[in-house]
Design a protein around this ligand. Structure first.
Ligand SMILES: *Cc1c(COP(=O)(O)O)cnc(C)c1O
Length: 233
């Protein structure tokens, strides 16, 4: 198992490197986030010890339970799932970045709690760039005005943008769901909604990370290609 995981990580790194090369980007301009939902803490530990320092979880309870078991290790803990406001306190115990801030209610309550804890948290704005009604994320049409309000919360630091791409064989439509996120980042800077600077684009998964990288991803989130098919209990 040990060897499998590290081999699989190396394979993904090769895919990242060749995608970067193809579009004239440097290999280190894209970071790999391991999407570890349903993966055991023992396996995650192996991945972290092999040098991976960016881990993402989707469910608050699973996130806190595993984070507690891995609290002796140093790594970045991103939350990448839909976050209910009644779980804010819980998720804040371990999280280093919440990638899925997608509504005012959440931003507001998150900021209030952070104020009490006297800390500032890195966040990404999640945008529903695939335009699928079932997905989390703010509508692309409303993203800029949303960012304009979220930036006013003193305890939230906007570090980037996140999207779950379109799940489809239509690669043109998938690409569009990623270019939309890049355009929102560009517009936010152009229209001076955000100060110019570096903002992450967290997009691309096992099946489509090459497309996401070509469209500017700075973080790709990979699960099944590394850990195998997920088994849900
Ligand atoms: C599970 C998950 C991923 C990884 O998906 P794979 O297809 O397994 O690589 C990426 N992002 C989010 C938000 C996820 O929930």
């Amino acid at each position: 198992m040990d060897r499998n995981i590290t081999n699989n990580i190396n394979e993904i790194k090769k895919r990242i490197a060749s995608a970067c090369k193809k579009c004239g980007r440097t290999e280190d301009s894209v970071r790999l986030l391991l999407a570890t939902k349903t993966v055991s803490p023992e396996i995650i530990r192996i991945a972290i010890n092999s040098g991976e320092k960016l881990i993402g979880e989707n469910k608050v309870q699973e996130f806190t339970a595993k984070s507690a078991l891995l609290s002796d290790l140093e790594y970045e803990r991103h939350f990448i799932g839909h976050l209910q406001t009644n779980k804010i306190k819980e998720v804040l115990k371990y999280v280093s970045c919440i990638e899925t801030v997608d509504r005012m209610d959440l931003a507001n309550k998150l900021n209030s709690r952070l104020e009490i804890e006297e800390r500032v948290l890195d966040i990404f704005i999640q945008v529903n760039t695939s335009l699928e009604g079932t997905k989390s994320g703010i509508d692309p049409d409303k993203a800029l005005s949303f960012i304009d309000k979220v930036k006013l919360f003193p305890n939230l630091k906007i570090k980037g943008f996140m999207t779950i791409g379109l799940f489809s064989d239509d690669t043109i439509a998938v690409r569009r769901s990623y270019s939309r996120l890049r355009e929102i980042r560009e517009k936010a800077i152009e229209e001076k909604i955000l100060p110019s600077g570096f903002y992450e684009l967290s997009m691309g998964m096992s099946d489509d990370l090459e497309i996401a990288i070509e469209e500017g991803a700075t973080i790709v989130r990979v699960g099944s290609s590394i850990f195998g098919e997920r088994v849900y209990n």
